[in-house]
Ligand binder design. Structure first.
Ligand code: ADP
Ligand code: MG
Length: 348
């Protein structure tokens, strides 16, 4: 039994699956979450409820753990920095500073000579008028967006007059890509030049929310290699420790673009739990706790289906075949479009 205690900030399904993976390899976990009913509560050894800015609670959390990680990128940077001065936080909070802001994130990627969609910073309406060449496009808040939240589709300047945009917030305007496909690459970086990379995963979104994921992705060899190479360059440049996901767009001419980078385990990687010898969650725990790196091996091809909102009711009653693995996140409340669970189907 290892004596290491891993602190996880955030108590959603990702935190829950991290805690479960940690338990499997005898790592104790403490989850710190600002929701007293967090669904991950039941998977952790200890649970601390409190505001992410409450210093007393943060100190209590720090005292209980040896190393800290997080399940989502929107934790106040100051909190992560404060913790990191006392106990190591992986990935390093400086990573978050870049990736929790869509503008910094895209600037960072382009500096590496890696392509993103065309974009421009928007602070006022005039900035959109001046960049109408990017229309049709998507206006996205630079911070705090997920599952398509904080995004507006803009087809023309005329449309701009019909929607009410709050310019107290900052945005980016991104050119709309004629998508052929979306893929993601999940990579775990242990230290300099030490990686485990999962093969690209093909993702289908509906209303900007991930609907399903599958391996193998139906893509050409060039895109397969380039997407993995770019993920490796990004992880190295961030000096990243842990699991990271790069989301990509592929357009109708087979151009590859980075859409966004998630400094954490990712929904598209849930199929790694059943399809690989080591899941994205276990790999994350191994990397941040400095445990042994195990060579990754795919065991099955697979498809993962996200279960949103009240679809969960039907799944809870369903009988499954032995190649089907149902995960119920056991969230207290069913909400429209809320991620409630997922199903992984293994294939030959
Ligand atoms: P979130 O942080 O909400 O995941 P994303 O930028 O990844 O935000 O957008 C969610 C989804 O919306 C993408 O996976 C894609 O399907 C669609 N989308 C976002 N930006 C564009 C774009 N520039 N062109 C085409 N589709 C887009
Ligand atoms: Mg996304």
């Amino acid at each position: 039994m290892s004596n290491l205690v891993l602190g996880i900030i955030g108590g959603g399904q990702l935190g829950g699956m991290l805690a479960k993976a940690a338990k499997k390899i005898n790592i104790e976990t403490v989850i710190f979450c600002d929701d007293s009913e967090a669904s991950a509560k039941k998977f952790a050894d200890k649970f601390i409820f409190g505001n992410y800015k409450d210093k007393n609670i943060i100190d209590n959390f720090i005292n209980k753990v040896n190393v800290v990680t997080f399940e989502f990128e929107n934790i106040p940077f100051e909190t992560l920095e404060y913790i990191n001065n006392i106990k190591p936080v992986y990935p390093n909070p400086s990573v978050n500073k870049i990736l929790q802001n869509r503008l910094y994130e895209k600037n960072f990627v382009n500096k590496l000579n890696i392509k993103t969609t065309q974009y421009v910073s928007v602070k006022k309406k005039e900035d959109i008028n001046l960049n109408s060449i990017l229309l049709p496009g998507l206006l996205k808040t630079v911070t705090l967006g997920y599952d398509g939240k904080g995004q507006y589709k803009l087809n023309s300047i005329d449309e701009l007059n019909n929607i009410n945009i709050n310019f107290d917030k900052e945005y980016i305007l991104e050119k709309f890509v004629n998508l052929k496909k979306e893929i993601s690459v999940i990579i775990t970086r242990f230290k300099n030049k030490k990686y485990e990379i999962y093969e690209p995963i093909e993702n289908v979104h509906e209303n900007q929310i991930l609907k399903n994921s599958k391996i193998p992705a139906n893509i050409n060899d060039n895109i397969r290699e380039k997407s993995k190479e770019w993920a490796q360059i990004i992880a190295a440049e961030l000096n990243y420790i842990g699991t990271l996901c790069v989301e990509y767009f592929i357009d109708k001419d087979d151009n590859l673009y980075v859409n966004e980078i998630a400094p954490r385990v990712h929904n598209s990687g849930h199929l790694t739990i059943n399809a690989f010898n080591v899941s994205q969650f276990e790999n994350h725990v191994r990397a941040v706790c400095k445990l042994e790196q195990i060579k990754l091996k795919k065991i099955y091809n697979a498809e993962m289906i996200n279960i949103l909102g009240d679809q969960i009711v039907k799944y809870r009653k369903k009988k499954f075949n032995n190649n089907e693995f149902f995960f119920d996140y056991m969230k207290k409340e069913i909400k429209l479009k809320r991620k409630m669970g997922h199903l992984t189907i293994l294939k030959n």
